[in-house]
Design a protein around this ligand. Structure first.
Ligand code: FES
Ligand code: FES
Length: 165
């Protein structure tokens, strides 16, 4: 076995399915494995330094930058990526709100923002504007100026509260 290789195969649980990873290197990030080994290209690769949030995924219900997680250390953890957000062909309410408010331009930041916002709204269903800005502060967007993204989060919150009332 060469320097840096893992001691063997390991298994990742991604979006409810098990995947065997073999012949991997210890330094491979979860982001790398998701994209390059599993073909899940929704999580984006930008800074690879935990600065932009474009690679955000959930690991055991905790939001993480997948570029900062070693894939081998994610063994046995429940990973959920942007690919799990929609229900088949049915977009999630956050995805719909992004479209309705025009919160997407180039779309590069969008997957990370969607994962972040779903997680945020689960814990804070009726956030105010400053809480929304704080929640998305780790997700860099170079296009929209954030106004429409904040608007999208507010729209989801309103729609959910109407649906549940
Ligand atoms: S690519 Fe992971 S935070 Fe930027
Ligand atoms: S829409 Fe282009 S970076 Fe956010």
């Amino acid at each position: 076995m060469g320097i840096g290789k893992t001691s063997g195969e390991y298994e990742l649980i991604v979006n409810g399915s098990k995947f065997s990873i073999s012949d991997s290197w210890l330094g491979e990030s979860l982001l790398y494995v998701l994209r390059e080994r599993l073909g899940l290209y929704g999580s984006k690769n930008a800074c690879e330094q935990g600065e932009c949030g474009s690679c955000s995924v959930m690991m055991d219900d905790v939001l993480v930058c997948s570029c900062l997680v070693l894939a081998a250390n994610a063994k046995g953890r429940e990973i959920r990526t942007i690919e799990s957000v929609a229900d088949g062909d049915e977009l999630s309410d956050v995805q719909k709100a992004f479209i309705d408010t025009g919160a997407i331009q180039c779309g590069f930041c969008t997957p990370g923002l969607l994962v972040t916002i779903h997680d945020f709204l689960d814990s804070n269903p009726e956030p105010d504007q400053s809480e929304i800005k704080e929640a998305i502060s780790g997700n860099l967007c170079r296009c929209t100026g954030y106004g429409r993204i904040v608007e999208a989060v507010q729209l989801v919150s309103i729609r959910r509260s109407k649906r549940d009332s």
